[in-house]
Design a protein around this ligand. Structure first.
Ligand SMILES: [Cu+2]
Length: 146
């Protein structure tokens, strides 16, 4: 009788102790989670996004884009003058396929279907003539890089 009772007492006590230990563990986990969340939300992603925004901003700041339309079997404008480091972006705004191809083999867009684009950064000064390989007698353009 006695032994049984004290045994139950021991059991209850040990369960209480277990409960306290469990609660402490939970609190510890909670704090760890909280710290991890704080560190995660404040430090790591903000640093990562700063870095990617920095890259985006600097690449945008360094490369300006000049648009050339390909429409009605012509490059428009036919001649453009740009500063070194400018990106030229051709867009086929017509209804048939064209190419933008350097007369000296410096670039070749390949076939650009209607709606397709091709771009190239011009890093060196000079005059760069180009044409469309599909309509070589009709379509010519010139890029002057200063
Ligand atoms: Cu063409």
């Amino acid at each position: 009788m006695f032994g049984r009772a004290s045994g139950q007492g021991c059991l209850i006590r040990s369960q209480i102790v277990k409960g306290v230990v469990m609660r402490r563990a939970l609190i510890k986990m909670g704090i760890t989670l909280l710290v991890a969340t704080l560190v995660g939300s404040l430090a790591v992603p903000s640093m990562a996004s700063d870095r990617s925004q920095g890259n985006k901003a600097s690449s945008l700041a360094m490369t300006s884009v000049k648009a050339v339309k390909i429409i009605n079997f012509a490059f428009k404008p036919r001649t453009i003058t740009i500063a070194k480091g400018t990106r030229v972006r051709w867009t086929n705004s017509g209804s048939v396929s064209h190419t933008t191809t350097s007369n000296k083999g410096l670039w070749d867009s390949g076939v650009l279907a209607p709606g397709a684009t091709f771009s190239r950064v011009f890093r060196k000064a000079g005059t760069f003539k180009y044409h469309c390989t599909i309509h070589p007698t009709l379509m010519h353009g010139k890029i002057v890089v200063t």
